[in-house]
Design a protein around this ligand. Sequence first.
Ligand code: FES
Length: 139
Amino acid sequence: MSTWDFSKTKHHILICNGSSCLRKQGDEVTVAIREEIASHGAEDLIHTTRTRCNGRCEDASVVTVYPEGNWYMNMTPETGKNLVRGLLQSSTPLQEQISFSYNQGRFAPSGNGATGMLPSVGAEKKRAKEKAMAETKEQ
Ligand code: FES
């Protein structure tokens, strides 16, 4: 258990370790990002957290960076290292791999990522499926 002082932290990288991302090198991406941060002695500047599924499995392996609010897709160990190098140069790295960026109060799609569906549509589909199953059981 750790309690970090974030007073010097500029970026928080969330690295998806959900099952879809783990099948697409999520663990290797995590190790590569952390090794790159350590190789630059940048542990105070960039904090990382492994997460469960972030809801963008078709974009696996997924990494998000805050406070920028950039969602990265199709990450590999190599692009993970490039991400860290770019952040340390105060740039917005890997723009071609950004699927969503926070802009004017919401996450705007870049057009690079999977189309996906709104959670409300997914919930609606789930309710319709459950209703159909219940009706089948009644017959
Ligand atoms: S497992 Fe990574 S977005 Fe779903």
